[in-house]
Design a protein around this ligand. Structure first.
Ligand code: FAD
Length: 456
């Protein structure tokens, strides 16, 4: 029997259109391994909601591999050390994996490549990040020209079916068990809302995609309405690689109708990787001046009120409670809630980025940092700081009454006219007063901006 090939799985937890598994399966016996790695230099530990998702996704992948007569080996530690050890135990010569662009994964790939033959494949993005270049060969910094150039290269590759056969090695190496990793919350178990809403794993992703394809032509008109299920809700499945973007593209484009806006959103996902490839520290560092000297407020009280959905602004509170309960928040409300933290409360966007990192099931290093920097106005491609979103106007404009009723039940009896900004006397007992009036917040933010510019 030929020596086995290791497949190193990370955020690519699927069997179909998974080039590392497909290539390894063509070569000989396969040892699929997932390494819980919190040790590679610059590693950023997964947040709690992501760990919940990971547990279930690995469980499903393990079962799918068992169905093929294979297994999922679980190990813990620094990826390069674990893989070297596994190669020694099994006689494997090669490791196959998909490319990932988080700075810690790029570090890990370098380290693995020093001792083993590491074969990296593309497959988690529409086009390999770094391959979409300007006329002069550089990388794009701005989304619109990036998307124009990427769009020209589309459609992506034809998705590959799952391998018919995945040969097992003569002897399986030892594996941890999922339960000993303790990825699920216990005391307290706060995951009820996540269990109700999500089915992690490749099958769950396929169901979401199938359901979305039926409605894809309504996306354009509905995607900004938080009270309507008008978006795909594929983000955690895409983040964990339970479905490939090529599969999503193909299914949605084949459905016909007006899907250009949706495909453009998938383009943002590729764009974010293109940004972290150029700025690996993007989640921690402002890309523009004058943010280095920005007079941020340090208010524990306001930050906690924001996290708990108790700002007194119903649309913001609804979003923050949806996030806490389900691990997901509607995109329009993410923008409103993020802008509120940064501009109304004048709290450094990195505090918000961290909170989203911990609580989102789709927490993604590139997407999260790019969107926070975009909202703050500090990104390479960014909204201007001085364009300050008005949460109450946004709430009315995007018809958020039903959404607020669902997530802020103490306001459920208010009329559509009152619910966006409950007037004095109608604000139910127990629902907080606004942390700051919109007009005052606007003035404070603009003067902070002037101060930062003056000190530059
Ligand atoms: P759809 O509208 O159906 O879009 C399809 C897919 O395109 C999404 O699943 C996602 O993979 C991608 N996509 C859509 N919008 C964006 C975007 N603006 N940037 C990058 N990719 C996008 N998205 C994450 O996946 N992870 C994050 O950590 C994350 N953090 C965010 C933080 C802030 C402050 C904001 C404003 C947005 C953030 N987003 C993040 C982007 C966006 O909100 C989510 O991708 C989207 O809401 C997911 O829902 P959906 O799958 O129904 O999206």
């Amino acid at each position: 029997m030929s020596s086995p090939v290791i497949v190193w799985l990370r955020r690519d937890l699927r069997l179909s259109d998974q080039p590392a598994i497909a290539e390894a399966a063509r070569k000989g016996p396969v040892i699929p391994v997932y390494i819980l790695d919190d040790e590679t230099p610059r590693h950023r530990a997964m947040g709690a909601a992501s760990r919940w998702w990971l547990h279930h996704s690995l469980d499903k992948l393990g079962a799918a591999l068992n169905d093929k007569g294979s297994r999922l080996i679980l190990r813990r530690g620094r990826a390069d050390e674990v893989l070297a050890q596994l190669a020694e135990e099994t006689g494997a010569q090669e490791v196959h994996a998909l490319h990932h662009y988080e700075p810690w994964w790029r570090n890990a790939e370098k380290a693995v490549g020093k001792t083993l033959t590491l074969c990296l494949h593309h497959g988690n993005y529409l086009a390999p990040p770094g391959s979409v270049t300007t006329g002069s060969g550089g990388l794009y910094k701005i989304y619109t020209p990036f998307w124009r150039a990427l769009r020209e290269r589309m459609p992506p590759h034809e998705p590959e079916r799952r391998p018919q056969k995945i040969a097992a090695p003569a002897r399986w190496p030892a594996s941890d068990t999922l339960s000993e990793w303790g990825l699920l919350p216990k005391k307290p178990d706060w995951a009820d809302g996540l269990r109700d809403m999500w089915e992690p794993g490749e099958e769950g992703a396929r169901k979401r995609l199938r359901a979305f394809v039926e409605e894809a032509s309504a996306y354009e008109g509905q995607r900004n309405l938080p009270g309507v299920e008008g978006t795909s809700m594929l983000s955690p499945h895409l983040h964990f690689g339970e479905v490939s973007p090529a599969q999503v593209w193909q299914a949605v484009a084949d459905a016909g109708g007006s899907v250009a806006t949706f495909l453009g959103e998938l383009g943002w996902r590729d764009y974010a990787q293109n940004v972290i490839l150029q700025y690996p520290d993007y989640a921690g560092r402002y890309a523009r001046d004058p943010f280095g000297d920005f007079p941020w407020r340090r208010s524990r009280r306001d930050l906690e009120a924001w996290k708990q959905g108790r700002t007194g602004y119903p649309i913001v509170d609804a979003g923050m409670r949806q996030l806490w309960h389900t691990g997901w928040m509607h995109n329009r409300v993410r923008m409103i809630a993020a802008s509120f933290l940064i501009k109304h409360l004048l709290i450094d966007w990195r505090e918000g980025e961290q909170w989203f990192w911990d609580t989102l099931v789709d927490a993604d290093y590139g997407n999260n940092a790019v969107n926070w920097q975009w909202t703050a106005g500090s990104g390479v491609d960014a909204n201007m700081f001085v364009r300050i979103m008005a949460p109450l106007t946004q709430s009315e404009k995007f018809d958020a009454a039903a959404y607020i009723r669902e997530w802020v039940p103490e306001l459920a009896d208010l009329s559509d006219a009152d619910i966006h900004d409950p007037p004095p006397g109608k604000r139910p007992k127990g629902y907080p007063e606004k942390l700051i009036e919109h007009r005052d917040a606007r003035e404070r933010a603009l003067s902070a901006w002037q101060q930062a510019k003056a000190e530059q």
